[in-house]
Design a protein around this ligand. Structure first.
Ligand code: ATP
Ligand code: SF4
Ligand code: MG
Length: 338
């Protein structure tokens, strides 16, 4: 082992060790200005986010637009570099790895992008798009790679002969299937699915969600499923992380979160979601105003400017994410409200 080789954290056995541990993750985007192009402010897209995922778990990441979900997903994969914090994958903090050390982990961690129109190179054939990662990681001979692409296409509901075509020859749903095949080509153990169906026609969303769910079970994938649509998350996820303005507000199992939300922001989000059972009535909470700017977020609890339970104390300190019942965490100082 060379001196710089990544150190495995041996304090866990591989069975009970989380596959992914995110600790105090931070991503600030600098805003530059003036003739010297100095940093004049920062967009605090993700601030002090911590959570962990067990092997084979599907965890939802929800929150309004701009809450930092995509930034979390991309920072974990180092598609963008985090400003601070740790991302431990199989016990190794991958934020400290060099480009070449990172290569091994790139294979294990993949992403399905939101927009299947923008995320597939229009000048590449489907075979090249899906086979690219195999080639980069020197997996198989050219013939073996072609066979693998054919198998993957069949598995995602397309035909092997589609590999000679270009992205524009496919519908949105089919393109997303190609995106899924591309993510799975190198046999990853972890997938970030960034709103994988929100750009698709409502009529085909369920098929694509079902495909992801089947593949997750077949391959025992660990999935971070980013979504707006709470119904999809409830259906597919074991646990849910709720984010607002770059911070985690609540973490609980899907069932617990839906039946017994403990954070005012989750309560408001759920009140806006349609309920399939018409006999169940839920008060609709209108969140007043827009999400504040992440350049200058409110002091203390970032949700306080829109929270109907806010009190003076909420402005003084960022609430800790604390465990209120086993496995149920919330970042809110009040225990007398929900
Ligand atoms: N490259 C960037 N430079 C500056 N600001 C950025 C950059 N990328 C994201 N942001 C800002 O960071 C914040 C979080 O963005 P992010 O895309 O992570 O949110 P999101 O929760 O994924 O939203 P959506 O639901 O719309 O996809 C937003 O305020 C966004 O404008
Ligand atoms: S800490 Fe205060 S402002 Fe924040 S969610 Fe709780 S009650 Fe609302
Ligand atoms: Mg996003």
């Amino acid at each position: 082992m060379t001196q710089n080789a990544p150190q495995k954290d041996m304090s866990f056995t591989s069975k009970d060790q989380p596959l992914l541990e995110v600790r105090n993750l931070q991503k600030y985007f600098p805003i530059r200005g003036g003739i010297l192009s100095r940093v004049v402010a920062n967009v605090k897209a993700v601030d002090d986010v911590s959570f962990s995922l067990k092997r084979g778990e599907v965890v939802g990441l929800v929150g309004e637009s701009g809450s930092g979900k995509t930034t979390v997903g991309r920072s974990i994969l180092r598609l963008i570099e985090p400003t601070g914090g740790e991302v431990k994958f199989e016990g190794v903090d991958i934020t400290k790895l060099s480009k070449s050390q990172m290569r091994e982990y790139r294979k294990k961690m993949q992403i399905i992008f939101q927009d299947p129109f923008a995320s597939l190179n229009p000048r590449m054939t489907v075979a090249d798009i899906i086979g690219e990662a195999l080639q980069i990681h020197h997996i198989g001979t050219p013939q073996e790679r072609t066979e693998r692409v054919g198998t993957l296409l069949k598995r995602v509901g397309l035909l092997p002969e589609h590999m000679r075509r270009y992205p524009h020859e496919f519908s949105g749903g089919q393109r997303q299937r190609i995106g899924i095949a591309r993510a799975l080509a190198v046999n990853p153990s972890f997938i970030v699915a960034d709103e994988p169906v929100s750009a698709l026609d409502v009529s085909i969303q369920a098929q694509v969600v079902n495909l992801i769910q089947d593949l997750q079970q077949e391959m025992n994938l660990t999935v971070l499923f980013i979504a707006h649509d709470l119904a999809v998350v409830e259906y597919i996820c074991d646990r849910v992380i709720v984010m607002y303005l770059g911070r985690v507000m609540e973490i609980a199992t899907s069932r617990e979160l839906y039946q017994n939300p403990k954070h005012p922001y989750t309560e408001a989000l759920l009140s806006a979601a349609p309920i399939p059972d018409p006999t169940v009535k839920r008060e609709r909470i209108i969140l007043e105003g827009d999400i504040p700017s992440p350049i200058n977020p409110p002091s203390g609890c970032v949700f306080r400017t829109r929270c109907r339970y806010a009190i003076a104390e909420c402005a003084t300190k960022v609430p800790d994410l604390r465990e209120v019942t086993p496995g149920h965490f919330k970042a809110c100082i009040r225990d007398d409200i929900l």
